[in-house]
Design a protein around this ligand. Structure first.
Ligand SMILES: [Fe+2]
Length: 174
């Protein structure tokens, strides 16, 4: 089974909530939330040495790390129905950025909107979490970061939706 961490569950909760704030029908928002909770399923195929490395990854390690998006698609292809498509896309696109500077260079509307939602929530949770190489950021600092990434990592309209919500202030991974 795919392990759920506390952070994965938070990404799922935030993604469902932000999906609803974006006007997504509740049944769809729920599926996006569930897919968000397993977005990193492919990491089970990546060496723990790379996943938990405290310092910066070497170029070769980074190329290996990028493949967790491909492994995620392969693993989640075992699912069925509409959820299969959503989960596979979330696994595939969650490291893409609005300006094309993400893992595989997809940009803007090439990235399914619900995958952009998961990406933003994943970044927020990662920033507020403790990592081997950093202390957790307070939510206010993470929110400022996301605001500054409008038009770079994230769609400006999506950042605007995120800023209008207040629930994220209650959620912190650390
Ligand atoms: Fe990831």
């Amino acid at each position: 089974m795919i392990p759920f961490s506390k952070e994965d569950i938070l990404v799922g909760q935030l993604a469902e909530s932000l999906s609803l704030a974006c006007g997504m029908p509740p049944y769809m928002a729920k599926m996006v939330g569930k897919a968000a909770a397993i977005h990193d399923a492919g990491k089970v195929k990546i060496s723990k040495h790379i996943i938990n490395k405290p310092g910066r990854l070497t170029p070769a390690e980074f190329e290996t790390m990028k493949t967790h998006t491909i492994w995620g698609q392969i693993i989640l292809s075992a699912l069925h129905g509409k959820f299969r498509t959503i989960a596979m896309n979330v696994a595939a696109y969650h490291h893409e950025k609005w300006d094309g500077s993400g893992y595989w260079g997809y940009r803007g509307g090439e990235i399914p909107y619900y995958c952009q939602i998961v990406s933003l929530c994943d970044v927020y949770v990662a920033l507020t979490a403790k990592r081997p190489y950093k202390e957790p950021w307070p939510p206010s600092k993470a929110i400022d970061y996301i605001r500054n990434e409008a038009g770079k990592s994230f769609c400006p309209l999506l950042v605007d939706k995120f800023m209008r919500r207040s629930e994220h202030r209650l959620l912190q991974a650390a």
